[in-house]
Design a protein around this ligand. Sequence first.
Ligand code: SAH
Length: 353
Amino acid sequence: MTSRYGASRADVEALLAEWGEPRYRAEQVWEALYRPVPLEEATALPRALRERLAEALPLELLSVVEATAADGLTTKWLWGAGPDAAQVETVLMRSRDRASVCVSSQAGCAMACSFCATGQAGLERHLTSGEIVEQVIRAAHASPQRVSNVVYMGMGEPLANYDAVWESVERLHGDFGLSARRITISTVGVVPGMRRLATEALPVTLAVSLHAADDDLRTSLVPLNHRYPIADVLDAAAEVAGARGRRVTFEYACIAGVNDGVDQAQALGRLLTAWPGAGGAHVNLIPLNPTAGYGGHATDRNRLRDFAAALAARGVNATVRRTRGVDIDAACGQLRARGAIPGEATGSATMVP
Ligand code: SAH
């Protein structure tokens, strides 16, 4: 059976033809599937047809936990995805001028970054394109605002599941109607995937999780650095930036006493000043979210300011990301890591671009 968001337009056309529906229905149904209103409420379609469709094209994500922060602006879901109920997380983050959905590209992750809750748990499986798209649509159904941005910064390494991720990008762009620049793919530095991304026609934004300016330290935080060291990652990032004026940002999780010294900021500044990407490098500084499997702490405010200033002195732009969703464990991998039990805050949070 085809799922609601795994179905292609041709699948929908074939299904409606089989049911003897008039030809114009296929277009109507396809549009209804990608509107921010659930199929059950798509009143342009006859009720009987809606019911038949809902049964023939089932949803794939079963809500296990849905939690909204006290301010009402952040909502997080833990889903059971597919027949195996693979655990997947999605976060909706709203502000006055945007609503971003943070999606997972895999259930779990094989990259094993030491400080990341998802990495500590390992890979369960890849998600299908339909499961990725459905996360956005389900969040859109729950959002009082139009979804303006999608970031692939939930569980998983998007470029390790390239085909499904790219198919979901095309669907979100072509059918859900997001501009490519408002779709951000975040990678730990899967160089072949980055080079492939540079050849794609849609100019999506790339985020590269750097976290360190020297290879020894980066390898200790991001094991994949052993295979694709910093120089190769920066080279591939420049290739993406050079292709159709795409934006590239660098993510840097700030860990007290590990990678947050002024000398380390200066080294990062040197590295990124020399980086040939068009428009220069932009750095997002993310205070570490503490996770159960890693002993590190977040850099404090003053030190973050010094770090950003040292980058600015070298002409590298940096933004300190706000933390959100503290009361609902909204950081990557955390609902799942807690065994799906929502409750007491752990002082961790998810990030807003
Ligand atoms: N695998 C992709 C995308 C998922 S994680 C990647 O690595 O880019 C999205 C971002 O959150 C990455 O920059 C990741 O390094 C960061 N992150 C993961 N765990 C974190 C933590 N505990 N504290 C701060 N940032 C974290």
